[in-house]
Design a binder for this molecule. Structure first.
Ligand code: PLP
Length: 546
């Protein structure tokens, strides 16, 4: 008896729903025509299990067929889903050969930005302005510390591609190749398999922003029930993650580090909630140069079915060589099965120009969520793989060229030298009364800590001798990233440090000036939001006054 009313209820419910659907379709047909009806039907169909997958497969096959037409690929390339993998050369190639190859490719494949045949992407003045631009690049492009020969080569490559724009990857095919091969080279030495994909960005921060956006969009698609996504990271993670959290509305859950300044894996696991969409770790973290226990975090990520981003912005181009040189380096890369993405900066220990980093994902299953497209713009169909729209081709060309020129042997040679300088500095500092090294650094960066002296006053004292010191906090210390240019001054640095430490100790100096005073005060303010507001006010001063 009970089932009859429910059958009747179902019958009427079905009729009401079908009538409402038909009414909505008729309304759409009247207001938007049959196109509108078709659009609505397709939207609904994409949610129907099986049909949605079929539509996605058709779109994928169409892209496979269509891409070679845009890239000028051959018929055989239609069958190749992936470009061939390119490893970092074992031995650096000759700069002349690289330049020749680049210019040949540019001539054969790219439209000349100066020929007046393009109607977008490149805005160039002729003659004199180009000369001024060239001189400005010569004057202001940073020195890598690898010597004049290297810097001149980087400048020349950069100059050759200065007016190119990778906003549209099909307009400058030579640059597209440089980008794909650069990604491939980095993936190879970070032990990614041939599924690893990614792109170049303007720097570490942009790579991290992209990663957080990717995981947020992935969670939106796969776990729509999560409306307030969270990510878990040790407090030592770079502030770019905090920036990403605020830009993309993902809550940052910081956990403390252990006494060795490495991520506390148990604390990370305890911080996971039903809203967690991402775990983050560093290789190494910036302040103290220590690598988080990534193998343990990776195992935990697998157990908790969460993706893990390893920020190797700082160490991606240094740790692989240090490991090969025989120094103890925790396994930090794609060899850990739980690592789903990595960032590595070419404009740091990759020794290329500012504005180059790589973001890598384990597979397109992740990378697809980084991509942006918008087909409704009257200005054209728009696609983009990064935060930036226009992307300077000079940076991408320089990144590719520098990696080819240095090769594994070039990076190893430099790593050996910088590591020896680091060891010299660390050992000397450990022998200076009143000073210590915070934690056990894994690569070419460390933090000087205090054993009883005012470290901020020490920074002031060193700056009065012409050094530029990097203050860190909780606990106070001085961060040093060691570069090739430090080798020639390492003796002087430790001598000045010893003299400055003795002076500060004897005179019981307090931090009285500039940055040290600000750090001293900031440490005493219980509410950090006051310090944050103060920093923003300072920025307003910097940018509104000369
Ligand atoms: C570990 C780490 N991640 C990310 C970044 C951010 O890189 P960028 O300054 O290129 O944006 C840095 C910069 O020092 C870093 O050390």
């Amino acid at each position: 008896m009970k089932s009859e009313p429910s059958m009747e209820f179902l019958y009427w419910t079905e009729h009401v729903l079908v009538s409402l659907l038909l009414a909505a379709l008729v309304r759409l047909a009247v207001t938007e025509g049959w196109q509108g009806v078709l659009r609505a039907v397709l939207v609904v169909l994409r949610y129907v299990p099986g049909i949605g997958e079929l539509i996605n497969w058709i779109i994928h096959m169409m892209a496979l067929q269509f891409a070679p037409q845009l890239t000028g690929g051959s018929a055989s390339s239609k069958k190749d889903k992936k470009p061939p993998r390119v490893a970092l050369p074992k031995k650096g190639l000759s700069c002349d050969d690289i330049l020749q190859e680049m210019k040949k490719l540019q001539k054969e494949k790219d439209t000349d930005p100066h020929a007046g045949k393009m109607f977008a992407y490149v805005y160039t003045l002729q003659d004199d302005a180009s000369k001024v631009q060239k001189e400005a690049v010569d004057m202001f492009m940073e020195q890598t510390g690898l010597g004049d020969h290297h810097d001149r080569f980087v400048r020349e490559v950069f100059q050759s591609f200065i007016h190119t724009n990778v906003l549209n990857p099909f307009v400058f095919p030579a640059l597209r190749r440089f980008e794909i091969e650069t990604v491939s080279m980095v993936a190879s030495f970070l032990h990614g398999d041939d599924q690893v994909v990614g792109s170049l960005t303007s720097g570490g921060t942009e790579s991290i922003l992209m990663a957080v956006k990717t995981y947020r969009d992935r969670a939106r698609k796969l776990y729509p029930q999560i409306t307030q996504p969270e990510m878990v990271a040790p407090i030592t993670i770079h502030p770019a993650f905090e920036k990403a959290a605020s830009y993309f509305c993902v809550k940052m859950v910081h956990v403390p580090v252990g006494p060795d300044f490495r991520a506390d894996v148990t604390a990370m696991e305890q911080a996971i909630t039903g809203n967690t969409i991402l775990l983050c770790a560093s290789a190494p973290q910036y302040p103290h140069g220590v690598v988080d226990p990534i193998s343990d975090i990776s195992a935990m990520a697998l157990r908790r079915k969460l993706p893990l981003h390893v920020d190797a912005c700082f160490g991606g181009f240094m740790l692989p060589w240090i490991e090969k040189l025989g120094y103890p380096v925790p396994t930090f890369d794609f060899r850990n099965p739980g690592v789903t993405s990595m960032s590595a900066d070419i404009h740091k220990y990759g020794y290329s120009v500012k504005g180059a980093s790589v973001i890598l994902y384990k597979s397109t299953d992740y990378w697809r969520y980084q991509l942006f497209s918008y087909s409704g713009w009257p200005g054209g169909i728009f696609g983009s793989c990064s935060m930036a729209g226009s992307r300077p081709g000079g940076n991408i060309a320089a990144a590719w060229a520098v990696m080819k020129a240095l090769g594994e042997d070039g990076y190893m040679k430099t790593a050996k030298e910088v590591m020896e300088t680091t060891e010299f500095m660390i050992n000397s500092i450990r022998n200076i009364p009143g000073l210590c090294i915070l934690g056990e650094p894994h690569m070419t960066a460390f933090a000087i800590g205090s054993r009883g002296i005012n470290i901020l006053a020490l920074a002031d004292e060193m700056e009065s001798k012409g050094w530029r010191m990097e203050r860190i906090q909780d606990p106070n210390g001085l961060h040093c990233s060691v570069m090739p240019s430090h080798t020639k001054v390492r003796q002087k640095f430790v001598e000045d440090l010893r003299t400055a430490a003795e002076y500060v100790k004897i005179h019981k100096k307090a931090s009285e000036e500039g940055a040290s005073m600000a750090y001293g005060l900031a440490g005493k303010v219980p509410d950090k939001s006051l310090v944050d507001d103060f920093i923003k006010e300072l920025y307003m001063e910097f940018y509104t006054k000369c």
